[in-house]
Design a protein around this ligand. Structure first.
Ligand code: ATP
Length: 510
């Protein structure tokens, strides 16, 4: 798994998906730039999200709010006082860790031990293997399961009570060592605020302390009435937005999984008080369906209920994805109560209420939020798509099996050779297709090498123009995954691409 992850990281740099920010200056930690293919994949993911969350839903509208916001917003939302992570330092390596993450990793390691034992037994016993019975009765598995359960319970209690000493004690008693120094020489656990501060205004005395937004959600809350009135929305309804968010993450490893500048795609759904649990369940299911529609494998997703509810929530869970380094959060679904709107009402002195004509009363709506990280989604797609294959003739190919609707380049148009009028014909095909789709023209090197290059960037189709094309207008269409080629007329290409690359099939299915 480690190797797979390393390969995904180096492949995404080599093939123009993701670059380290400021690389020629030795890089900036946990900040990344997206290359020519990365930006296309990101745009496609964002577009699919937007189409399914906004275009397809009569009850949801979008906005694009500013990154800079009035500083009191962060006081009202609780971010100034409570947007903290517990950090701990190892005194020998001087490395900093999130105390909660160290413990979560230990819990996951018990899970992995159990999984391995079950796998081993399944191989040994074959068809007659009863995994449920095995898990209940195998002494080693039972012991690990008990340890995991006890640790989980202690951890949840310490988090719930913001008990920093409790977290430290768990780390000491579990004998968790620093992966760098290997020692257990830990500092105290401290709280660390994740917001980036900056200043607005040119004169020092008059300048205003601002924060870069750590989530896009607050831009939605403070615009609640603007949107409700101008778009004439009635409860229940939602407001969606995509945009950058910034967090001064303590541990920023694992490539684009945890960045200091990242992009969120959030939707706040405003509902009648008392109906929020129904909507919470609705959005859990709807968002899981959406993720599964990407075709990355249903078994790669699971729900995970939160150990500790944030200060604003009365229910919360994550949709986790099986990244190469294990199951981790991809999207959060939170029932945020009326906390945010009530707080903004209090701090701004402006009413943020809805007059419900059916009930004939005013109330502060409750909110169910869906919040997914675009960059994490990107990493999920890339890591599920990466393949190394040995072909029948013994040669190797690396390919990205990115589902066609998400692929950065839908098709490459390749003249078989660079003469006899084939490049001109191929350019004609390129021009015809490029009005609707992102396509590439490539006439460098032998055609086999060009196929490999397209496989590596994840292009689902290669269209080859050869001498027969000049005679009867037919081209070959090569499929990235099966490498099969069919011959079809040039005039059929657009329909063919539309059928396979358009989001409409997915949108109809969700
Ligand atoms: P984590 O527990 O991994 O720190 P979180 O619970 O703080 O995440 P939320 O506040 O629920 O995350 O944010 C919603 C989504 O935004 C997450 O599910 C994730 O996809 C994305 N996200 C949050 N922090 C980051 C980050 N530092 N880098 C990339 N994506 C992020």
């Amino acid at each position: 798994m480690d190797d797979l992850f390393k390969n995904v990281v180096s492949h995404s740099k080599e093939y123009g998906y993701v670059f380290q920010s400021s690389e020629i200056y030795d890089g900036l930690s946990a900040v990344y730039d997206f290359g020519p293919y990365g930006v296309e994949l990101k745009n496609n993911l964002r577009m699919y999200w937007w189409k399914s969350m906004v275009q397809l839903r009569p009850d949801i509208v979008g906005i694009d709010s500013a990154i800079f916001m009035h500083p009191t917003i962060w006081k009202a939302s609780g971010h100034i006082d409570a947007f903290n992570d517990p950090l701990i330092d190892n005194k020998d390596s001087k490395k900093r860790y999130r105390a909660d993450v160290l413990i979560e990793e230990r819990i996951a390691s018990y899970e992995q031990k159990i999984e391995k034992e079950v796998e081993k037994a399944a191989k040994r016993f074959g068809d007659s293997f009863d995994s449920a019975l095995f898990v209940q009765t195998n002494p080693r598995v039972v012991e690990w399961a008990d340890k995991k359960q006890a640790l989980h319970q202690r951890f949840a209690t310490a988090l719930e009570q913001s008990d920093l000493d409790g977290l430290r004690n768990i780390i000491l008693e579990e004998e968790i060592a620093c992966p760098v120094s290997g020692t257990r020489n830990w500092t105290e656990v401290r709280q660390f605020n994740l917001m980036f501060g900056t200043k607005l205004g040119s004169v020092a005395e008059d300048s205003l302390d601002l924060y870069l937004r750590p989530e896009t959600a607050q831009g939605i809350f403070v615009n609640f009435l603007n949107v409700q009135k101008t778009a004439r929305m009635r409860i229940p309804f939602g407001i969606a937005q995509t945009g950058k968010a910034f967090r001064n993450e303590i541990v920023a490893r694992q490539f684009i999984f945890r960045m200091r500048e990242f992009e969120q795609m959030e939707m706040q759904y405003f509902v009648r008080p008392g109906s929020e649990m129904e909507w919470y369940e609705h959005w859990k299911e709807a968002r899981m369906r959406w993720h599964r529609s990407l075709g990355l494998g249903d078994a790669n997703y699971r729900f995970h209920d939160h150990e500790k509810l944030a200060h604003y929530a009365n229910a919360a869970c994550d949709i986790e994805f099986k990244f190469p380094f294990g199951f981790k959060e991809l999207e959060g679904i939170h029932s945020r109560t009326d906390f945010d709107l009530s707080q903004h009402q209090k701090f701004s002195g402006k009413k943020l209420q809805f007059f419900d004509p059916e009930l004939n009363e005013n109330y502060v709506p409750y909110v169910v939020e869906t919040s997914v990280g675009l960059d994490r989604l990107f990493l999920a797609v890339l890591s599920a798509a990466y393949r190394e294959e040995t072909l029948e003739d013994g040669s190797q190919r690396v390919l990205l099996k990115i589902p066609a609707p998400l692929a950065p380049v839908k098709a490459a148009v390749l003249p078989l050779i660079k003469k006899d009028g084939l490049p001109e014909k191929a350019l004609e095909v390129f021009r015809e297709l490029s009005v609707d789709w992102s396509v590439q023209y490539d006439d460098k090197d032998a055609v086999g090498r060009r196929y490999r290059r397209q496989d590596a960037i994840g292009t689902p189709f290669c269209i080859t123009v050869d001498h027969q094309t000049l005679q009867d207008g037919t081209v070959t269409l090569r499929d990235r995954d099966t490498m099969e080629q069919i011959r079809l007329h040039q005039s059929e290409l657009l329909d063919n691409l539309r059928e396979r690359c358009h989001f409409s099939t997915w949108l109809k299915a969700i």
